[in-house]
Design a protein around this ligand. Sequence first.
Ligand SMILES: [Mg+2]
Length: 217
Amino acid sequence: MFKKYFTICFLLFVSCASLAVEPQNLETAKQAVMKYYDSGAYDYDVQQAIDWASDYLHLRLAQNQEHQKLAIVLDIDETALKSYDLMKDSDFSSTPDVIKTKLNKSHIPALAPVLKLYNYALQNNVAVFFVTGRSENLQTITENVLNNAGYKNWTGLYLRMPKDIGRNTIEYKTSVRKKITTMGYDIVLSIGDQYNDLAGGYADRTIKLPNPFYIVP
Ligand SMILES: [Mg+2]
């Protein structure tokens, strides 16, 4: 009897020990993302981050007695623009076709708190530069989608040029911020939804917006 019990326990141990830890189920992950969005938590987290950014910009403007050229840098997708409805419609797929369709849309709504910060910056003579991983062949469609979302009169729009293809995001975006700095601007805020939007320096403060939807390598 004891031998039989021991054998069963041993076999159970061997079968359990050979199993890997199962990762989170894909459907469960999608449901969690939709719950995060539908509950209002996503909008709340964006608002909190932009409130902090607005307070910091307000402070820097108050301190700017010497009238330095101040600037902010904004990423575009999931920073200036909010494409949640498009992502949900495509079941959060990131195939090349789905991404291409999204990037060629001329109507994507703004992330409202970011547009408000943008207008506050412009009203206070703070330059705004968009720095995006989109490639330069999307320049016209990108200008259109920004305009249609309510963004007008930006100071600069930087897209990936052929020379930037193959550079990683940190390298590419840092080189653009460095260029803006050498133009005489003090970049007080750099805002993006990916950590690689923000790493690399050439900004006084960085603001990470939430993005549980995808990762840009
Ligand atoms: Mg982005």
